[in-house]
Design a protein. Structure first.
Length: 162
């Protein structure tokens, strides 16, 4: 008996099953990539057209909101350079007050951006904090007055040496 044709048939069948397996894995991978692309596209679309991007809200902005009960809240809404204080709850909205918005706080003159390495930025922050606490007479956590940099104050609050 000649086993040669039988070997060829089994080799061809084996090669075919391997290629079918690879083909199925390829189809599965492509399908997975398509699903991931659809999810990312939907996320991008929601971010672009999400709840904060509704038409007609360019003149209306919620400034603050705080709950005052289980279903009631006080909301401050800005409408055309006017603040409305509204009571919201129980299926109704009640206008409580109308007022002008407070003036914008002035920018801090000493608010230069910190540059350099972390160590230099930390040193700048500590120096700025030390100057500010010395000017205000702030006490350190041990109950002593903030002293000049480099000075060590070993007296207690009543002025007696420890």
């Amino acid at each position: 008996m000649n086993d040669e044709p039988l070997r060829q048939v089994t080799q061809t069948a084996g090669a075919g099953s391997d290629s079918i397996g690879l083909l199925m894995m390829g189809k599965t991978a492509v399908s997975l990539l398509i699903v991931v692309a659809i999810i990312l596209g939907c996320a991008w679309l929601l971010k672009r057209l999400g709840p904060n991007r509704r038409a007609g809200t360019q003149h209306l902005r919620v400034v603050a909101s705080t709950p005052v009960g289980q279903r009631e809240r006080v909301v401050i809404v800005e409408v055309d350079d006017r603040w409305l204080v509204l009571g919201v709850g129980g299926g109704q909205v009640t206008k409580l007050e109308s007022m002008a918005p407070p003036p914008a706080p002035p920018a801090a003159p000493d608010s230069s951006p910190l540059t350099g390495s972390f160590a230099s930025r930390l040193g700048q922050a500590l120096k700025q904090n030390a100057v500010g606490s010395r000017d205000r007479g702030v006490r350190n956590p041990l109950g002593r007055r903030a002293s000049q940099p480099g000075n060590v104050d070993s007296r207690d609050d009543d002025g007696a040496d420890s």
